[in-house]
Design a protein around this ligand. Structure first.
Ligand code: PMV
Length: 325
């Protein structure tokens, strides 16, 4: 029976989080820690899923029930993606066995749900010869994420598909590959799990009586993103770092930073980083820093001293790909 293994990268938001939910651009990079998914066609009449990283083991249901009824939380993204591809592309499935394995923990905020969704759509495209383009994979995967989460820009879905470092506008209105050669990022994990939708709602709540300032902040973030795009392309990391600091000041005003992240950020700045900020929704997950080559060790030590864990991750990784046919 036909089998395929695909993989897609995790992501880190570089600039523009929160504003990108509301029509503004952001910059996101794909990282070299990947989600792997193997899918095998069979005639069992059953859909079966094993996803050990999210505690799903031997979950199964008749193929006719895919996307309906109860499903474990860890199975949602794969199962709803399957349902959307089956409906949208009008394919009939006789039986399917899927296994996922991630190189990174789902608690890091690297986008494991989006990566699993993208892998599912890509694997079906291969198994059922759908020949889906990157944009078609994006549309199906983004629809799936929105159906489950209700909110989000789709930046993580784009990173999983296109890879590299992207200039991205809400819902995939623009997806531009910046073509960077390298990106000397330092990544510190706060050890605290953040929930994206809770943080998005927190911002709306905080500014419910001050919509004007919120729009101004998003406008200022947009200018930072445009300037950062130029700085990164011209390898001006000093300027790119300064823009991270400016972005962080606005994220603090949005109310999404926390003391642990602030401490890690402050220590890395004292240790000589060009700049740093939280990455993603805030409330936990990771911070990122850009620093001169000769200060990297001190910066890493400073982040650890402030209670962070250094994650050795390379930016600018390849997008979704077939590993084995
Ligand atoms: O929580 P994360 O790391 O997936 O980042 C969320 C970034 C937001 O802009 C707040 C949401 C989004 O979908 O763009």
């Amino acid at each position: 029976m036909k089998k395929v293994t695909v993989s897609s990268p995790g992501k880190l938001m570089l600039y523009g989080e929160h504003a990108v939910v509301y029509g503004h651009p952001c910059i996101v990079t794909a990282i070299d820690q990947r989600m792997f998914l193997s899918a095998e066609k069979n005639d069992s009449g059953v859909f079966e899923l094993n996803a050990p990283d999210v505690n799903v083991s031997n979950y199964s249901k008749p193929v006719s029930k895919i996307g309906n009824g109860e499903m474990p939380k860890g199975a949602q993204f794969v199962e709803i993606a399957l349902k959307n591809v089956i409906r949208d592309k009008k394919i009939s499935i006789n039986g399917l066995k899927i296994t996922t394995n991630s190189e990174f923990k789902s608690t890091f905020g690297f986008g494991s749900s989006s990566a699993a969704t993208v892998c599912t759509v890509k694997a079906l495209s291969e198994l059922y010869s759908l020949g889906l383009s990157k944009k078609e994979i994006f549309d199906l995967a983004f629809k799936t994420v929105l159906e489950i989460q209700g909110k989000g820009s789709g930046f993580d879905v784009a990173a999983a598909i296109y890879g590299g470092t992207l200039y991205f506008v809400t819902g995939g209105k623009k997806i531009e590959e910046l073509g960077l050669e390298s990106l000397p990022l330092i990544i510190g994990y706060s050890g605290i799990k953040a929930d994206t939708v809770t943080l998005i709602d927190k911002v709306s709540e905080k500014f419910k009586n001050n919509k004007k300032r919120l729009d101004e902040i998003y406008g200022e973030i947009e200018i930072i993103v445009e300037n950062a795009k130029r700085a990164l392309i011209s390898k001006n990391f000093k300027q790119a770092g300064k823009l991270m600091n400016d972005n962080q000041t606005l994220l603090k005003e949005l109310g999404v930073s926390i003391k642990k992240l602030d401490d890690m950020i402050e220590s890395s700045l004292k240790a000589g980083a060009y700049g740093e900020k939280l990455s993603g929704a805030g409330g936990g997950d990771c911070m990122i820093a850009l620093g001169p080559e000769n200060k990297v060790l001190q910066i890493k030590k400073a982040i650890e001293k402030a209670g962070g864990q250094i994650l050795e991750v390379m930016a600018n990784a390849q997008g979704v790909r077939i590993e084995k046919l």
